[in-house]
Design a protein around this ligand. Structure first.
Ligand code: 8X3
Length: 249
């Protein structure tokens, strides 16, 4: 049986691109997300992608995922499910949004890691890949809930690497900067497409979901003794979080 790669948040963007790419490179991919219809579109005609409708914020759902994978060669878990749900100053922000952001980005990853790492240990090897963000390295105004959650995910990766020392489990954190996907900015700005478009205005080539997928693929296909702890990837136009080169008309 092919080695199994589980990708969360696989219904769109980075997750979908990663699922497709790993499936092309010899993995049997379990694409996990809440939106069943989108998952079905992803797996249509691709025998290397299996889908499971799972919400990473639900203990019951994640237990279902673990039960489905019992006894199978689970090698890769890409914790990608997440997102930003506001763009507010801390003082104006809604604590419920902070809870939601933390739950899906951080605790969702914890749930999946807790459920699947024992299967990797039984299998004899594994690789936990956590998709963080450059927001996990630096704070920016109006980013509080997302910045805090992404810092949390970075801490999660660092803690796991220490705690799993001595086991054949790799832990990698990939921190993308500006990636233009269909949904990230749109979700952050509650569906306001004009506001979302402004994020990428004049940026010649923001990263794409496929670029991030390639970083995941490269990390997981390295020789097994070779661990990428942390990888920051940005478009050339983004020298730093606050320094984006934009072409003005
Ligand atoms: C997304 C990058 O700059 O919007 O993870 O925080 S940023």
């Amino acid at each position: 049986m092919k080695p199994i790669a589980v990708v969360t948040g696989a219904s769109s963007g980075i997750g979908a691109a990663t699922a497709r790419l790993l499936a092309q490179h010899g993995f049997h991919v379990i694409a996990v997300a809440r939106r069943e219809k989108r998952l079905k579109t992803l797996s249509a005609g691709n025998e290397n992608i299996e889908t499971l409708t799972i919400d990473v914020t639900s203990d019951t759902d994640v237990q279902k995922l673990a039960a489905h994978l019992q006894g199978k060669p689970v090698e890769i878990l890409v914790c990608n499910a997440g997102g930003a749900f506001d763009f507010d100053t801390v003082i104006n922000s809604d604590p419920d949004v902070w809870m939601k952001t933390y739950d899906v980005n951080v605790v969702g990853s914890v749930r999946c890691i807790k459920a699947l790492t024992p299967l990797m240990i039984t299998h004899g090897k594994g690789h936990l890949v956590i998709i963080t963000s450059t927001a996990g390295q630096i704070s920016y105004e109006n980013g509080g809930s997302y910045v805090a959650a992404k810092h949390g995910e970075v801490a999660l990766a660092r803690t796991l690497r220490l705690e799993l020392s001595g086991l054949p489990i790799r832990v990698t954190e990939i921190a993308p900067g500006m990636v233009k996907t269909d949904e990230f900015a749109l979700t952050r700005f509650s569906g306001d497409s004009e506001r979302a478009a402004k994020i990428y205005a004049g940026v010649e080539k923001p990263l794409t979901d496929s670029d991030v997928a390639e970083a995941v693929r490269w990390s997981v296909m390295l020789p097994e003794h070779f661990n990428i702890d942390s990888m920051t990837i940005r478009p050339v136009a983004q020298a730093a979080q606050h320094k984006v080169h934009r072409i003005t008309q």
